[in-house]
Write a protein that binds this ligand. Structure first.
Ligand SMILES: [Zn+2]
Length: 262
């Protein structure tokens, strides 16, 4: 299926669309096989997201993640548009659109295996893009980094219902709608958006939105953070039909993890 028709199929008018209710971790679509983009001769064979399974995951000693995220940053909340050329674009929620928090250069970084990656922006998908066996989470965050050579590393963090996350609540007070101005938000503790433990699943994949560029290092943290059901619903209300890409074929790739046995 072509991306455009897939996107159109997934689109829904914001007005009149029902906000998906409930907080279940299981989805009826979670058992479906990977779609379309790779099998249709799309962008490549090392695509993201993926389904993480015990049979294709191996334990490993992984290079430590040295996380240097700011605890008092000003971020700019911006709506990422994919339909700027369409007349109803301001009210249509494309499944490749999101709200993104952009950071000034140099305020956050991550060093792994001796390479330092600058934190450029983070954003959200609902429901989660990566699945663990059949489990999905209501939200997945992506922290997008680049090193000085332009290599991309994304840290993914699942969000599960539980205690309120104050930082997430502060950011979600500033969820900007499509076609509205960017909104700078101060005093953001970016470090509070990560779980305490940094065990992870790592694999080589791609961007999950066009142009699906490969060569992206993925680090999915095994432990979710929590947000209150109300906080989760605030983001889901922005994207009533979701803004995630379907899982892609592994094509022989192996996921490595330091989480211990499943
Ligand atoms: Zn993303």
């Amino acid at each position: 299926m072509l991306r455009t028709s897939h996107s159109l199929h997934r689109r829904a008018l914001l007005q009149g669309a029902a906000v998906v209710a409930g907080l279940t971790a299981l989805s009826s679509s979670a058992g479906a096989s990977a779609t379309s983009t790779t099998s249709a001769g799309g962008p490549g064979s090392r695509q993201s997201p993926i389904r993480i399974r015990p049979s294709t995951t191996e334990p490993a000693h992984l290079p430590t993640l040295h996380v240097h995220y700011p605890h008092d940053a000003t971020v700019t909340m911006t709506y990422v548009r994919e339909d700027a050329d369409e007349p109803d674009g301001c009210t249509v929620r494309g499944d490749e659109e999101t709200v993104r928090a952009e950071l000034p250069p140099g305020v956050g970084s991550l060093t792994v295996a001796g390479v330092t990656y600058g934190l450029r922006q983070f954003h959200w998908h609902t429901p989660s893009e990566h699945l663990v066996v059949a489990r999905e989470y209501p939200i997945e965050m992506h922290f997008v980094h680049q090193d000085s050579s332009g290599h991309t590393l994304v840290v993914g963090v699942w969000v599960t219902p539980g205690p309120t996350n104050r930082t997430l609540g502060h950011l979600y007070d500033h969820l900007v709608s499509e076609c509205t101005a960017d909104d700078p938000v101060g005093h953001i503790d970016v470090g509070a958006l990560l779980p305490r433990r940094h065990t992870s699943y790592r694999y080589d994949g791609s961007l999950t939105t066009a142009p699906y560029t490969e060569g992206v290092q993925w680090v999915m943290l095994t432990d979710p953070i929590t947000a209150s059901p109300r906080q989760i619903d605030r983001f889901r209300a922005m994207f009533p039909t979701g803004n995630r890409r379907d899982v892609q074929d592994l094509n022989g790739r192996v996921v490595r993890t330091d989480r211990g046995p499943f």
